[in-house]
Design a protein around this ligand. Sequence first.
Ligand SMILES: *[C@@H]1O[C@H](CO)[C@@H](O)[C@H](O)[C@H]1NC(C)=O
Ligand SMILES: *[C@@H]1O[C@H](CO)[C@@H](O)[C@H](O)[C@H]1NC(C)=O
Ligand SMILES: *[C@@H]1O[C@H](CO)[C@@H](O)[C@H](O)[C@H]1NC(C)=O
Ligand SMILES: *[C@@H]1O[C@H](CO)[C@@H](O)[C@H](O)[C@H]1NC(C)=O
Length: 347
Amino acid sequence: MMRLSYSSFALLVWLPGILNAQGTPELCSVPTLLNGYLVPMKNSYQQHEKITYACENGYKPAVEGWWAESVCRNGQWSPQPLCIENSACTPPIITNVKFKEDSKSWYKNGSKKWVTCNEGYSTKNFHATALCVNGNWTNVPVCEKSKDACTEPPQIAYAVIINKEHQEVFPGDSEVTYQCKDDYVTEEGAKNKSIFCIAGNWTENPTCIYSPESKDGNTKPAFVPVENCGEFPIVENGLVEKSETLALRVRCQQFYKLYGPEKVVCYNSNKWSAIPTCKANYCSVNTNAYLDLIPAGVKFMTNGEIVELECKDIFLFTNHRVVWCKNGKATVSRCCNRWQISTGCLD
Ligand SMILES: *[C@@H]1O[C@H](CO)[C@@H](O)[C@H](O)[C@H]1NC(C)=O
Ligand SMILES: *[C@@H]1O[C@H](CO)[C@@H](O)[C@H](O)[C@H]1NC(C)=O
Ligand SMILES: *[C@@H]1O[C@H](CO)[C@@H](O)[C@H](O)[C@H]1NC(C)=O
Ligand SMILES: *[C@@H]1O[C@H](CO)[C@@H](O)[C@H](O)[C@H]1NC(C)=O
């Protein structure tokens, strides 16, 4: 008896698997649709067969519009037909937001949706939640290009970009590398040159200069020993050292970040190549210095980070100061409650 039920179970599991393996897609059965109706009604539906459905009074499909289609795909309805209350919302449409795959297909009246903008974009005024009210989204956040992001890097004659695909917006700190075409070199005499997106602007563009490799090696070198350029350049919060005959190396102090090329060379015109800078890469906030914050010593955060510091509980709700660390400088809001934070408390 045991054996029999086990083997028939195995057969049931095994059979559709075999059919699938042979490329026969599974059929779909009639979907369960509460508070709605669909056409055509059948016992089973073929692969790619469509149904159309609508919902009873007080309900609507969980997609845009008052009627909706669903397609049979490998035994599943896609999307699953579903009628939701009129006061519920379908996912909001916001540009420059990538919703997670596991995002819900609908939201109850009164629920909030937290929005994370795509890389290089940030929510306007730190307002990041949309609210579903009676079937419509209100307070929908806007994702705008971050202030420290850059638009597409400039087109340079005789060069292409080799390390990044085209995109409309590049997040702050992005690096793109140009490569000169055959017989062309950069001012530094190299094939490649990287530029960086800093605080919304790209660092200095490369130029590709015609410089065919001569058979007898007669071309004038593009750069010369560093001594030809005189005194070494000074980089604030950084250290400049000679690393090779033809190059200096720049390093930044602790907590500072290098922007621009690490190597500096001396052109045959006796001028330095682009000099990098060292910028503070962190912020600190002394919570003890704010009378309304719960004292918790000095808080450190890295550039781009947004943190909330808890305020002393003199209000009805827990309040926070929002801190935004940008280019090494912390912007601190007043004490705000959740609602104020979601509607832009740093303004
Ligand atoms: C939806 O939510 C709003 C605000 O939360 C409330 O005023 C309204 O009565 C709700 N509507 C329904 C149909 O429940
Ligand atoms: C939702 O918005 C639509 C279109 O803007 C409008 O026709 C409808 O009345 C709104 N619904 C509610 C419950 O406010
Ligand atoms: C330029 O960069 C590409 C990709 O990183 C690399 O394959 C190539 O070797 C570099 N060329 C030179 C001359 O450095
Ligand atoms: C970026 O470029 C704009 C326009 O050229 C300029 O106004 C701004 O000061 C630059 N920002 C930085 C950080 O260099």
